[in-house]
Design a protein around this ligand. Sequence first.
Ligand code: ATP
Ligand code: MG
Length: 444
Amino acid sequence: MLLSKLFIPILKNNPSEAKIKSHQLMLRVGMIKQASAGIYSWLPLGFKVMKKIEEIVRQEQNKIGAQEILMPTIQSSEIWKESGRYEDYGEEMLRIKDRQNREMLYGPTNEEQVTEIFRSSLKSYKSLPQLLYHIQWKFRDEIRPRFGIMRGREFYMKDAYSFDISDDEAFYSYNKFFLSYLRTFKRLSLTAIPMAADTGPIGGNLSHEFIILADTGESKIFTDKRVFDLNSNETELEKNSLQQMRKKYEQYYSVTDEKFNKEEFEKVVSEENRLITKGIEVGHIFYFGDKYSKAMGASVDLPGGKKDFVKMGSYGIGVSRLVGAIIEAKYDDKNEIMKWPLSVAPYDIALIPMINKNDTSALDKAININKELIKNNIDAIIDDTEENFSSKIKKMNLIGTPYQIIIGKKTDGDLLEFKETGKETQNISLTKIVEIIKKQKNSN
Ligand code: ATP
Ligand code: MG
């Protein structure tokens, strides 16, 4: 794609209203545009990144056997009255009336809606387990929307729901999502740590928040830092091995502030392993048993003929928040260099030809190189403007393609000036460049 034809409204300087680096960068390179407080339009660059994140989230949900559905954004108040949350949810819920004067709401989450779908469709234990998810806009009238899309009022979330016959089976479902989250964040090149968390208005008794470290995060965390060295390479969805995997994480103290207990922390974590810091919550999983199924009458027939309420859990990932979280983790704001992980980068590589009015030969070379890249499924952005070299580099460093090729007048023969964004230039052939990028893509 030619940069001059793209809708990427770049600002010369950081916008003063943005306080954290992800918000600054997203406005600066025109990834988003504020529509009103906490509500944003997604422009091409930002939308591309979010869609790639969404696709990784989707693939990892599918891998554990979850089935994708799509529930509406607008819900009826009736089901929320059944669960008792219509009153409890408070002012974060946006309440609307339709022309018949019926009370509707813009969904802040979907436990009620999905329970309603389940209870009217499935009746037997033979259909269990069921893992259902959707990726949909949510609205929460946050008291303090801030940091751009990090705490929006309208935001994009993946939320999944599990239905099981017993606690034991439900923990198995919980552990599948636990693993799926570790895998998802790893593919986004983030280190997200599961931390024991409070269940809040969702209710229940087992919960983990997945948190990435960042000074600008809103979650305060207390950990045994050895938890950061753990890795999970489970390939089988086997019950016991998943149980072991969760235990491996739970052996180290790591909690958010609602669960923090100073005495216990100091007792179980030696001084040199204590880490008290801040992080961004990118996912949250809950087990809440029959809290909703009982209130809403979602039961199944058991083998012996009795009935029981299904045991449920819910599992959220902040898809739109992740765009900001990746920037917080990867953007070097001092040197103004962003390098997106290749798995979600808006473009794989930038071609930066040196062009002036009398000589467009470098642009021609770039266009030829691009033909070869297209054949290899590599998505390039070509800076076809006549700006000077340093402003071109600056701009591409902000857009954050993982790789760059600089094409000068002297570029001749087989060797190209290639670099990983932010690193030293190497002179290598196009064949070799294609090989490097393809190899990196396949590793994801
Ligand atoms: P928080 O403590 O940040 O308000 P939460 O516990 O209310 O989050 P959940 O209900 O568990 O969030 O929602 C699942 C995920 O959705 C969160 O882990 C987070 O990544 C994302 N999320 C929640 N609220 C917002 C928001 N206002 N803007 C953007 N993403 C959000
Ligand atoms: Mg919240």
